[in-house]
Structure formats: structure tokens, C-alpha cells
Design a protein around this ligand. Structure first.
Ligand code: VGL
Length: 182
């Protein structure tokens, strides 16, 4: 069974947000289209307390219960079965959705008999990468949907580098038009 995991498609990571990923919102229509090809769609949210150590490295973003932490308004959130909150504690960076504290993502996917995990969202060079590498490590057949992710690119080329690193780890890079409904 396959599932789609949407990573952090939140206002603060989109243009106008406090940690905007360039063209972060371009993933939204691609993801909305993709949802119909999956029997199970889940999502992660960055969900930080105000005083997290994470904000020593990054501008404050996705603070719990603020509009910056909401999903992008055009994301079709009604199709999302469960949301996994991460980075929820003061000492917790929570890059990977497998570090979510609201529920255990790995356990949930096993219970749902998911074998193939497709990952989309933000950002390629941080949370998407960390999540995909963890998924691969835990034993899921892991796919990253190349046209449904976007990078912070703190240094130019970081996104490309992250994709190469994921491919090297055995993760399959796939385009949304290569994914068929099953
Ligand atoms: C992310 C930088 C800082 C992400 C989160 O969601 O990829 N990037 N915090």
C-alpha cells in the first residue's frame, strides 16, 4: 500500500512567510493533483514553541497556533487523514517527520500497512531530506516527488545537492506525472 506524506506546506514556508522558500507555493497545485492517486494522504507540520533553540538557527517560523503555522490556504487539507506535529519542544529541531511528537509516524504507517512512502512538500534541503532519509532507514520504499518539492537554497545549489544525496541513499526521485492511480 502506498501513501503520500506532505511535509510542512505551511504559510511561513511560502512567499510572504517568515522563512519563505522561494516559490514554495508552486508545490501546492501539484500536491493537490497528486492526492487523488493515493489511498492514504498524511501531512507533517512544523509546530514550534516560541522559545525553541531552533530559532537560534532560523528566523521564528511556524509558531504553534499562529497563522504562519497553518497550511497554505490553497492546499486541499480535507484529504489529509492525519497530521504529525514536529519540533514541538524547546530543544527539538524536528526536521524529520519521523521525529513528530503528536503521534509516531513510523508506527502509524506500519499499522496502515504502508510499504511505499511518497514525499512532497517543503523544504527539499531540510525537512523533506531528513524525512526521506529516515523513511529509507526505517525500511519504507521511499520516493520523493521532484516537482512537488522546493528548496530553501541558503547556498545556491543546496536543493540539487539534497536530491543527489537522497538518490545516493537509494531513494527514488520521481515526477508527479509518472505516478499512476492504483
Ligand atoms: C525547515 C528550515 C527550518 C523545513 C524547517 O521545513 O524544511 N527548514 N525549519
Amino acid at each position: 500500500m502506498k501513501a503520500l506524506l506532505i511535509v510542512d506546506v505551511q504559510n511561513d514556508f511560502c512567499p510572504g512567510g517568515t522563512l519563505a522558500v522561494p516559490e514554495g507555493d508552486k508545490v501546492v497545485p501539484v500536491i493537490n493533483n497528486l492526492m487523488d492517486s493515493f489511498p492514504l494522504v498524511i501531512a507533517s507540520k512544523d509546530w514550534h514553541p516560541k522559545n525553541t533553540v531552533h530559532f537560534k538557527k532560523w528566523p521564528p517560523h511556524c509558531v504553534q497556533n499562529t497563522s504562519g503555522a497553518d497550511f497554505h490556504p490553497k492546499l486541499n487539507a480535507s484529504k489529509i487523514k492525519k497530521i504529525f506535529l514536529k519540533g514541538t519542544r524547546n530543544k527539538d529541531n524536528g526536521y524529520s517527520a519521523f521525529e513528530a511528537t503528536s503521534a509516531d509516524l513510523g508506527e502509524f504507517l506500519k499499522e496502515e500497512e504502508v510499504t511505499d512512502l511518497y514525499i512532497a512538500g517543503l523544504a527539499t534541503d531540510y525537512c523533506v531530506k531528513a524525512t526521506a532519509l529516515d523513511a529509507d532507514k526505517v525500511g519504507f520504499e521511499t520516493f520523493v516527488v521532484e516537482d512537488a518539492v522546493a528548496a530553501v537554497n541558503k547556498k545556491p545549489g543546496d536543493g540539487e545537492k539534497a536530491l543527489k544525496e537522497m538518490a545516493h541513499a537509494g531513494i527514488t526521485l520521481i515526477r508527479s506525472d509518472e505516478i499512476t492511480k492504483e
